[in-house]
Ligand binder design. Structure first.
Ligand code: 5GP
Length: 190
């Protein structure tokens, strides 16, 4: 998506060969107009596929997921990283280990909002090693939902996320694919 690539070039900051900061329009301050265009693009790509729900992982996937949900006239479900303090026995639960950050976190889904009748599109901000996306897939499969695909705003194509997801038979649709990062350098995949 040209609009997103241009924004990454003008406002993104490559810290090193691994990390791209996009705090000014995705991760901290959110550009609502850009999210609206992203929602339209993702909705057009996945239209006519029988999708019943949009699923995202809190927190940076929420804005593009909501815009896509609005465009497709579907509900959006947030996979929560911290379980609700209010006792809820109907939670599906998995643990995601982030090798990049060296941490683990819980991912939970209230079964009231998902069933085997659901066909789901997952949306997140970044795809790097594919750990978050794989955790989301595990959780959705545990409640027998089927998966239409995964859409991310920014894929770091030099990391193994895409192949990890595709090897499970799931389509990955990325709006910007980065072939190489280095300090202050961003190169897109041709
Ligand atoms: P993965 O599980 O695919 O390794 O990483 C996915 C999550 O890590 C994303 O949802 C995002 O929050 C975070 N992440 C991974 N790489 C980057 C990056 O280069 N920049 C930013 N801002 N977040 C990243």
């Amino acid at each position: 998506m040209k609009l997103l690539e241009e924004r990454i070039i003008s406002e993104g900051k490559a810290l090193n060969g691994e990390v791209l900061k996009v705090d000014g329009f995705i991760n901290h301050q959110v550009d609502a107009e850009l999210m609206k265009e992203i929602g339209k693009d993702i909705a057009a790509h996945f239209s006519g596929r029988g999708i019943t729900k949009i699923v995202t992982i809190e927190s940076s996937g929420i804005a593009p997921a909501l815009m896509t949900a609005l465009e497709m006239d579907l509900p959006m479900i947030i996979l929560k990283k911290a379980p609700s303090k209010v006792l809820n026995e109907n939670l599906a639960h998995t643990v995601v280990t982030s090798y990049t950050k060296g941490t683990s976190y819980d991912l939970t889904l209230n079964r009231d909002f998902m069933s085997e009748n659901d066909h789901v599109l997952i949306i997140d901000d970044f795809l790097a090693n594919g750990e978050a996306a794989t955790g989301a897939l595990r959780l959705l499969r545990s409640v027998h939902a089927t998966i239409a695909g995964i859409s991310v705003l920014i894929e770091k194509s030099f990391q193994p996320g895409r192949s990890k997801i595709e090897s499970q038979g799931i389509e990955v649709y990325s709006l910007a694919r980065i072939a190489r990062l280095d300090k202050d350098i961003v190169e897109f995949k041709a």
